[in-house]
Design a protein around this ligand. Structure first.
Ligand SMILES: NC(=O)C1=CN([C@@H]2O[C@H](COP(=O)(O)OP(=O)(O)OC[C@H]3O[C@@H](n4cnc5c(N)ncnc54)[C@H](OP(=O)(O)O)[C@@H]3O)[C@@H](O)[C@H]2O)C=CC1
Ligand SMILES: Nc1nc2c(ncn2[C@@H]2O[C@H](COP(=O)(O)O)[C@@H](O)[C@H]2O)c(=O)[nH]1
Length: 533
């Protein structure tokens, strides 16, 4: 039941917000073997059908291709089931890349609540990853974790913390925020305008609170907020603050399902590299509750990877929790087969398409991503495995095209770096535009971090082999500053793509999508024009 409370005030200690990030028992379901021969649904001869039976003469990027609509019996975009086909069966086929500037606790929690999965990077110390897993597993499935401050927290501190979550406000609480914090009031940025940065939270907080029972439905909460013209509801159980929900959050709760483990807790994945104590880290990550293990290196098709992968396979097979193993990166069918033989169930596909990536310019190595995904997805299907299309996603269309090429899920990195939920601090440029700093995992900056326990000589030598950008500004889209805003954007595009293809789920989509090859002017024609010409 729901209660609307006005008032409650008080004072006391305990602050602390959302500190900076970093810091199942599930038997993987074998992906359904989707025959590459004749599809019963569309009657096409291959898993991907090219328009007019064109056979590409060269490898293709996402920009090189388009989809044509076909007769459809799917009458609403809301009818489309977007569950991933990679064997994990997450409700959304989106995975947050294991990049330090992208994937941390807030990102993992927020994305899992909407049905996707985040992978915590290999460069984060194992004990910090374990803390992150524990916090994500404690998070509520529907209500967002509040930013909490105490009554005597300064306005300056409160403002810096509000930007950590896209609900954009802080709850002033009395009591231990890890215990039973009692809400006293809320503060939004507007309450802090023209207020001294050293003033205290209690002096500006709004005590006109909407509190709801955690069992209230999203629709009830939405209606209550609309009726009271308030922006955020506080879920309170036995006087303790449990979480918050905005009107937009209530709408989303009705549209998305969370990605949960066997115990109904949010899911989270973690990564290991191929150097050092690979098996030891994998075991500790499993003990900590990781739902997926990603074995990750730039050149996934190398002996050292096969060795690392076999050792992770042994750890998983011997552990009481049998989680799926993902490995990469590869871009060829041979790479897929070798990694599957060594124990991978999902292959991470993509060499060089990433926004932070300098590999192709440095080495000439890589492969246009649409073709890489297409070939690897087909090879993986033959092995009863699946792929994640990793890198190069800049628009919703890219996600749709990766899924059409047969990807089970799509990994997004840099695009999500420019959101409230990524781990970095929110900065503003000279023109007042908000951004976060991002960097590649093979950049000198990341290599310095990864090799910090090595000798100065070894570190300097390793830094010579950088293959990524050390500093980039990822601007927050003013229309979509939170990762959920980007997920809404992507999901609306992909749902629509599916109905154009006549597909009510992603397996059918990969079978029925009809792909055309276009020129640069074909791509250009599809871009919206925001000013006259
Ligand atoms: N998808 C992509 O296109 C790329 C992704 N990345 C990402 O960057 C992160 C760091 O990966 P990584 O650089 O592999 O670091 P790792 O710390 O995982 O180490 C890579 C290991 O592989 C050896 N190695 C052999 N050949 C290569 C090669 N061509 N490139 C890189 N290492 C090689 C290295 O030895 P030695 O140093 O002695 O050569 C080292 O022992 C990962 O998250 C990875 O996914 C990086 C580059 C490309
Ligand atoms: N060559 C490099 N690739 C990198 C680096 N850091 C990350 N990556 C890869 O990019 C994807 C994410 O792609 P994005 O376009 O969504 O940003 C990530 O998963 C890695 O495979 C790097 O430093 N160099």
């Amino acid at each position: 039941m729901m209660a609307v409370n006005t008032a409650t005030t008080g004072n006391s200690a305990t602050a602390d917000p959302d500190p900076p990030d970093h810091a199942t028992d599930e038997t993987p379901r074998a992906p359904s073997a989707r025959g590459v021969s004749s599809s019963p649904r569309c009657g096409y001869a291959t898993s991907v059908h090219f328009l007019n039976d064109q056979q590409p003469q060269h490898d293709l990027t996402y920009n090189d291709v388009f989809m044509v609509p076909r007769r459809s019996g799917v009458s609403s975009r809301l009818e489309v089931d977007l569950s991933s086909t990679d064997g994990l069966a997450t409700p959304l086929p989106l995975v947050v890349a294991n990049m330090t500037a992208v994937s941390g606790r807030r990102m993992a929690e927020t994305v899992a609540r909407r049905g996707g999965l985040a992978i915590i990077p290999q460069d984060i110390p194992t004990e910090k990853v374990a803390e992150t897993i524990a916090r994500v597993k404690q998070a509520h499935l529907a209500f967002d974790t509040p930013v909490m401050v105490s009554a005597d927290t300064t306005i300056g501190v409160a403002i810096s913390l509000m930007a950590k979550r896209s609900h954009g406000m802080a709850v002033v609480v009395d009591g231990d925020r890890h215990g039973s914090p009692r809400p006293l009031g809320v503060i939004a940025p507007a309450d802090c305008q023209e207020v001294d940065r050293f003033a205290q939270a209690h002096s500006v907080m709004n005590t006109d609170l909407v509190t709801v029972d955690p069992s209230a439905s999203p629709k009830e909460i939405f209606d209550e907020l609309s009726a009271t013209h308030q922006e955020v509801a506080l879920a309170v159980q036995d006087t303790a603050l449990l979480g918050v929900m905005t009107r937009r959050g209530a709408l989303r709760s009705a549209l998305y399902s969370p990605a949960v483990d066997a115990d109904d807790r949010l899911r989270i994945g973690t990564a290991v590299g191929i150097n050092g104590d690979v098996a030891g880290r994998a075991e500790r990550l499993l003990d900590a509750g990781s739902d997926v293990l990603v074995v990750d290196t730039a050149h996934g098709h190398q002996e050292k990877m096969l060795e690392a992968l076999r050792s992770v396979r042994r750890v998983v097979d011997a552990h009481e929790r049998r989680v799926p193993i993902v490995a990469g990166n590869v871009v060829t069918a041979d790479g897929v087969h070798d990694l599957v033989d060594a124990g991978a169930e999902i292959l991470k596909v993509g060499v060089g398409p990433g926004a932070m990536c300098t590999t192709r310019m440095q080495t000439g190595v890589g492969r246009p991503q649409f073709s890489a995904v297409l070939e690897c997805a087909e090879a993986a299907r033959a092995d009863s495995a699946s792929v994640w299309a990793d890198g190069g996603v800049r628009h919703p269309r890219d996600v749709a095209l990766a899924l059409a090429a047969g990807a089970g899920s799509v990994m997004v990195g840099s695009w999500f770096a420019g959101t409230y939920e990524s781990p970095g601090d929110l900065m503003s440029d000279a023109g007042g535009r908000q951004y976060k700093e991002s960097f590649g995992m093979a950049s000198a900056r990341a290599v310095r971090n990864r090799t910090k326990n090595q000798s100065a000589f070894d570190r300097a030598r390793a830094a010579l082999f950088e293959e990524g950008i050390s500093s980039s500004q990822m601007y927050l889209d003013p229309q979509r500053p939170g990762v959920e805003d980007l997920i809404d954007f992507i999901v609306s595009g992909v749902r629509s793509s599916c109905t154009y293809a006549g597909a009510a789920d992603l397996e059918t989509f990969a079978e029925c999508a009809t792909i055309g090859i276009q020129s640069a002017s074909g791509y250009e024609e599809g871009r919206p024009i925001h000013t006259s010409w």
